[in-house]
Design a protein around this ligand. Structure first.
Ligand SMILES: *Cc1c(COP(=O)(O)O)cnc(C)c1O
Length: 484
């Protein structure tokens, strides 16, 4: 039987893999989940030890994707195309710290736009494009970004004739380096939109995107979809790096390993949680937050609440609503989609959900959490740079800090901290952390430098008018390009 995908809110019919990927959201606005999670035995894991990242990805994705939908040859081709622009042969190299016992930094930022978003989007955008070419269809992608999804979506969509990509970012709340990664692409199918006055940062943009989805006429005319981590393809692809990291550090396959993850929307951690449910021996997953703390509240107090946004040096995780938590929770409560729907509705109405004790215990199992202050983020960047000449980006610092704080609870197992961005995307933070006016060479990257020499091309809009302005701009573009 072919694996089917359903909404975690229980609405609509089950769909096949291709439909789940191309739709983005499920019909009822829920998130697609596989009807069952594949199970991976320790014996299987042993056989995978030694595989390259791309080989391992092929094995894991094959558990979700029926061969009748994508042949193994095509899947290999898509993976090859996706990961060729990565700069390190290992794709995701691991760096062992000298100052901590058995602690590794997994560098997820060697893709072309220098953040972990490349890892999921390299594959997903190429996959979407593969389906579109086969169906001879055109699709309009709309994504909101805290600074990294936008560049990655734009990069991988650029020049693909079956795709238009609209990338919305909160102006002033991402770095200039991140902004230029989107605005300096000259391809006609890439449309960055800088939105001013977003009181809740990128969460505001997510809201407008869901309104666009609810506009049936518009959605159908433009064939709207999203590759934000609402898309199952992102989460699925992100399970791979947990397996990969594990197999790199485990001396004996079967031993437990801890992983700490700088988190905002919970897309990355949702994948980690699912990888563990599939059988990966992870002891603890650490939800590493900055002062925004949305996941820390969920895991330490059992409360899913929206508070005011706080600007921090780890701006990519200045997120208030970790919507992928609903996807993970579904698997922790026996796939009870009725209760998921009830909670999502309650959250929409009240801005807050407090979970009952039984639910809290069920999802909390195997998770720890922490919030890292700005001062500690900067302090740790400084410490690691001065003691071992290794430069963390602010998000990598948040994940290591959480692990430092929780070290006793974590125990003596090996620890992998995920570093999700290259420091060159945050030069001002780095200068501040290192008390210098000179950007160190580790915080420079030729791709960031190159973008400074290019013209910027961008739509600008105020948040108050965003929905109507977007509909106008997107429809005009659609009609113009269709006429050709
Ligand atoms: C997106 C992002 C994260 C957070 O990932 P989630 O899946 O939203 O939790 C962490 N670090 C960086 C640099 C990011 O761009």
């Amino acid at each position: 039987m072919m694996l089917q995908f359903v909404s975690n809110k229980g609405g609509g019919k089950s769909v096949d893999f291709e439909t789940a990927i191309l739709d983005g959201f499920a019909v009822d606005g829920g998130l697609y989940v596989p009807e069952t999670l594949p199970e991976i035995s320790i014996d299987q894991l042993k056989k995978w030890k030694g595989l390259s990242y791309v080989e391992l990805a092929f094995e894991i994705l094959s558990l979700f994707i029926d061969r009748t939908i994508i042949s193994s040859e095509d899947l290999k081709k898509i993976l090859h195309t996706a990961y060729t622009p990565f700069e390190k042969e290992e794709i995701l190299p691991l760096h062992k710290l000298k100052s901590r016992k058995e602690t590794y930094i997994m560098e997820l930022f060697h893709g072309p736009t220098l953040s972990f978003k490349d890892v999921g989007l390299a594959f997903l955008v190429n996959l979407v494009n593969f389906f579109l070419e086969r169906k001879k269809e055109h699709l309009t992608l709309v994504v909101a970004t805290t600074g990294d999804t936008g560049p990655a979506t734009a990069y991988f969509s650029a020049g693909k004739s079956n795709l238009d990509a609209w990338v919305l970012y909160p102006k002033g709340l991402i770095t200039e380096e991140q902004e230029r990664q989107m605005t300096t692409l000259q391809d006609a199918n890439i449309h960055p939109v800088g939105v001013s006055n977003c009181p809740d940062g990128s969460d505001d943009l997510d809201l407008v995107i869901s309104e666009l989805y609810e506009n049936k006429r518009f959605k159908e005319k433009l064939n709207l979809s999203s590759v934000n981590s609402i898309n199952w393809g992102r989460v699925m692809m992100q399970t791979v790096h947990y397996f990969y990291g594990y197999l790199q550090v485990a001396d004996t396959v079967g031993e437990k390993v801890n992983m700490s993850v700088p988190s905002g929307g919970f897309g990355n951690l949702c994948a980690g949680g699912l990888a563990r449910k599939m059988g990966l021996p992870i002891k603890y997953l650490v939800a590493a937050n900055n002062d925004n703390g949305c996941l820390h509240r969920i895991f330490s107090e059992g409360r899913f609440t929206k508070e005011d946004i706080i600007e921090t040096p780890s701006s990519a995780i200045d997120i208030l609503i970790p919507f992928n938590f609903w996807r993970y929770l579904y698997f922790c409560i026996n796939k009870d989609s009725k209760r998921i729907k009830k909670w999502i509705d309650l959250f929409k109405a009240k801005g807050s959900v407090t979970f009952d004790k039984e639910t809290f215990e069920a999802y909390k199992k195997g998770f720890l959490s922490n919030t890292t202050s700005d001062k500690d983020t900067l302090g740790l960047i400084h410490e690691i740079y001065t003691t071992e000449k290794y430069l963390l980006d602010p998000h990598g610092a948040v994940s290591l800090k959480a692990a430092d704080v929780l070290r006793e609870k974590l125990g003596s197992e090996k620890l992998i901290c995920l570093a999700t961005a290259h420091p060159s995307k945050f030069p001002e933070v780095i200068k501040k952390a290192l008390h210098t006016n000179v950007i160190p060479k580790e915080a420079k990257h030729y791709r960031i430098e190159e973008a400074k020499h290019l013209c910027e091309k961008v739509y600008l809009c105020d948040h108050s008018y965003l929905e109507e302005a977007l509909i106008h701009a997107m429809e005009t573009n659609w009609d113009l390009t269709k006429e050709k």
